[in-house]
Design a protein around this ligand. Structure first.
Ligand SMILES: [Zn+2]
Ligand SMILES: [Zn+2]
Length: 378
């Protein structure tokens, strides 16, 4: 679909009111042509999709659930592979959002921009276009010329670099030399220097920080308490080695395997957990700025990077003014409607059949999430 100007596009949106609106991230010679071959590919924005959906946050266990389509059995958290009651494999899934998962996806944007785009790739901040996706995450569009012309393989390389995929820590001279563990220097370029800096930043914040990081990694196994205690008791030594830019990190009780696990935990704190499939796709459709996301009713909106820290999706991306008197009558149509904060108010959890009069933004959210239906007052 091609429009001669914004005016035609807006008229189309008003008359058809689509639930979801996307545009192509690709530039074509003839975007309105029937087939891909006829369109004539020119180039494509480098698009990054960050979505809490594929980040293993703990909150999912609290607010997501699945219902077996065959027998109606209820499963809290991730949907199981198979229903434990009837062996059914088809489920209706309710995936929710909360401050925790929205914060995790925001952290990935900071990681992407600070740790990679501005530093390693030297991309000017004005070339980084940042959008709230309207749901659980953010989109970043890079319009830098050097990125527009990249083929799929090059996009894959960049994606693997920012996600820390597929490399061995040993490529940066990490090794045992006569029982001495060679770590990294904060002056090392790329990932090696980032890992040294991250370890240093955690160590200087002391015992509570060390425990928090290594006891609760987002991804994978935690370190055992005894290993964490060894790090804590060698804290001053490691701080001194790193700040003196000495690469020998020799700690009795921490062998090569443990160091690698420590590096993995550090890597996972530095990386940007992006959806690689989106970034390598040269014909991607991406949500249209200014439209509403059909699963929330929230605005897909451009955000200035300087404002990201204070950006509150559950307040700043609402479609209607926060007017408590402008309400809609709805009835809960799902087994449970988990708690959601809209603006400064918490709504729910609600149970099946509950009749509610909610402010428009909250009612719209529950309708879009398909846990409620409009119910005119009887
Ligand atoms: Zn079942
Ligand atoms: Zn959450």
């Amino acid at each position: 679909m091609q429009f001669p100007s914004n005016k035609y596009l807006i008229r189309h949106l008003i008359t058809t009111a689509p639930r979801h609106s996307y545009h192509s991230a690709t530039y074509y010679e003839r975007p309105g042509a029937e087939t891909m071959d006829q369109k004539g590919y020119i180039s494509c924005d480098f698009v990054v999709d960050i979505d809490a959906d594929h980040i293993p946050t703990n909150c999912r266990q609290n607010h997501d659930y699945a219902i077996c389509k065959a027998c109606g059995a209820f499963f809290q958290g991730e949907k199981p592979l198979k229903c434990s009651k009837c062996d059914g494999t088809k489920f209706d899934k309710i995936s929710w959002i909360c401050d925790e998962c929205l914060e995790v996806s925001k952290k990935q944007v900071f990681n992407l921009i600070e740790n990679f785009l501005l530093s390693d790739f030297s991309i000017p901040i004005e070339d980084i276009n940042l959008y709230f996706s309207g749901h659980r995450g953010y989109h970043v569009h890079l319009k830098t010329k050097a990125f527009l012309d990249l083929d799929q393989d090059a996009r894959r390389e960049i994606s693997d670099y920012v996600t820390g995929e597929g490399f061995s820590f040993k490529i940066w001279d990490y090794k045992m030399i006569q029982n001495n563990m060679m770590g990294f220097s904060i002056d090392d370029p790329g990932w090696a220097g980032k890992i040294a800096k991250e370890l240093y930043n955690i160590l200087v914040l002391g015992e509570p920080r060390i425990k928090e990081v290594f006891e609760n990694p987002i991804y994978g196994k935690k370190l055992s308490t005894s290993l964490i205690n060894i790090i804590i008791s060698n804290r001053q030594y490691l701080i001194k080695q790193i700040s003196d830019k000495r690469k020998i990190w020799q700690v009795a009780g921490i062998g090569e395997k443990t160091w690698i696990r420590i590096f993995e935990i550090l890597r996972d704190r530095i990386k940007a957990d992006i959806d690689v499939v989106v970034s390598i796709d040269l014909h991607r459709l991406i949500r249209l700025e200014g439209t509403l996301h059909g699963k929330t009713g929230f605005k897909v909106m451009k955000i200035k990077y300087d404002n990201l820290k204070d950006f509150d999706p559950l307040k700043d991306a609402l479609s209607f003014p926060d007017d408590q008197d402008n309400t809609l009558d709805i009835e809960i149509s799902a087994p449970i409607s988990p708690k959601i904060r809209i603006g400064d108010t918490n709504y729910g959890p609600y149970n099946l059949g509950e009749k509610l009069k909610l402010p428009l933004n909250a009612a719209l959210f529950l309708l879009c999430k398909e846990v409620a239906q409009i119910k005119p007052p009887s």
